[in-house]
Design a protein around this ligand. Structure first.
Ligand code: ADP
Ligand code: MG
Length: 246
C-alpha cells in the first residue's frame, strides 16, 4: 500500500563528472511504500541516480529531500540518511574478513550504538528471514553469490531502514541463484518497504513495481505503471530497449 507521503523528492537534479553531464534535470517523487523499478541501458546514469539518493554521490544542482532531510554537505543529516536508507549493491560489498554475523552487527553496534547482544539477536532474526541463519559463522567467500546477496539484504535490514535502494542486485549472480534473491525482494515488497530497484529483471518489475522508470543518457525518458510500460511504451528509445531485453 502506497501512502500519499513523499519520502524521496528529487527536483531539478543535475550532476556532472567533470565535463560529463551524467544526470540531466531529473524530477522524481517516491511515495512511502512505493516500489519503483529503474531500468535503462548501461551508462544511462541509473547507479549515479540512486547513489545520489543516499549521498554516496554528490550532486551539483537541484534538491534531493529524503524523509525530510535535504541532502547537502551537512554531516548530521548524512548520518540520519545512512541509517534510514539501506543499499544493496551488485557485488554484495560484504567485508571479506568478517563473518556473516559480524558483517550484520558492525553498523548497528558502531553507528546505532546498539548493545552487541541486541545487535546479534537482530542479525539472527534477519538471517532467518532470508533463510540463511545456519551460515552466520561463515565468511562471505565460503558462500555462493546468491547467499552473499541475501546476507547483504539482511545487513541492510538490520539498520531498520525506511527505504531500500537496490543497484542491480542480481546482475552478478549465476542464473540459478537469481530467484532466491528475487524471492526475498518480493517478500520485502509485500511488507510495504519503500524500494527503489535498478534492475533488468522484468518479471520482477511486472509483478512488484508500482512504477517503472526508463532512463537513457542521463534523463528519465518515460515512467509508467508496468502494464502501460510494457504494453504501450511511448518512445522509440523505450521500445528499442525493451526489444533487447524481453
Ligand atoms: P548505469 O548505472 O546506468 O550503468 P552509471 O550511473 O554507472 O550508469 O554511469 C553513468 C555514466 O557516468 C557512465 O558513462 C559512466 O562511465 C560515468 N561514470 C560513472 N561513475 C563515474 C565516476 N565516478 N567518474 C566519472 N564518470 C563516471
Ligand atoms: Mg549501474
Amino acid at each position: 500500500m502506497t501512502s500519499d507521503e513523499i519520502i524521496i523528492d528529487v527536483k531539478g537534479l543535475n550532476k556532472w563528472y567533470g565535463d560529463f553531464h551524467v544526470l540531466k534535470n531529473i524530477d522524481l517523487e517516491v511515495r512511502k511504500g512505493e516500489r519503483i523499478v529503474i531500468c535503462g541501458p548501461s551508462g544511462s546514469g541509473k547507479s549515479t541516480l540512486i547513489r545520489c539518493m543516499n549521498r554516496l554521490e554528490r550532486h551539483q544542482e537541484g534538491t534531493i529531500i529524503v524523509d525530510g532531510t535535504e541532502l547537502t554537505g551537512n554531516l548530521k543529516g548524512l548520518e540520519k540518511i545512512r541509517r534510514e536508507v539501506g543499499m544493496v549493491f551488485q557485488n554484495f560489498n560484504l567485508f571479506p574478513h568478517m563473518t556473516v554475523l559480524e558483517n550484520l552487527t558492525l553498523a548497528p553496534i558502531w553507528v546505532r550504538k546498539m548493545p552487541r547482544r541486541e545487535a546479534e539477536a537482530t542479525a539472527m532474526h534477519f538471517l532467518e528471514r532470508v533463510r540463511i541463519a545456519e551460515q552466520s559463522g561463515k565468511y562471505p567467500g565460503q558462500l555462493s553469490g546468491g547467499q552473499q546477496q541475501r546476507v547483504a539484504i539482511a545487513r541492510a535490514l538490520c539498520m531498520n531502514p525506511n527505504i531500500l535502494l537496490f543497484d542491480e542486485p542480481t546482475s552478478a549472480l549465476d542464473p540459478e541463484m537469481i530467484k532466491e534473491v528475487l524471492d526475498v525482494m518480493v517478500a520485502l515488497a509485500e511488507e510495504n518497504m519503500t524500494m527503489v530497484c535498478v534492475t533488468h529483471e522484468m518479471g520482477f518489475a511486472r509483478t512488484v513495481a508500482d512504477r517503472i522508470i526508463f532512463m537513457d543518457c542521463g534523463e528519465i525518458v518515460e515512467q509508467n505503471s508496468p502494464e502501460e510500460f510494457f504494453s504501450n511504451p511511448r518512445f522509440d528509445r523505450t521500445k528499442q530497449f525493451l526489444s533487447q531485453i524481453l
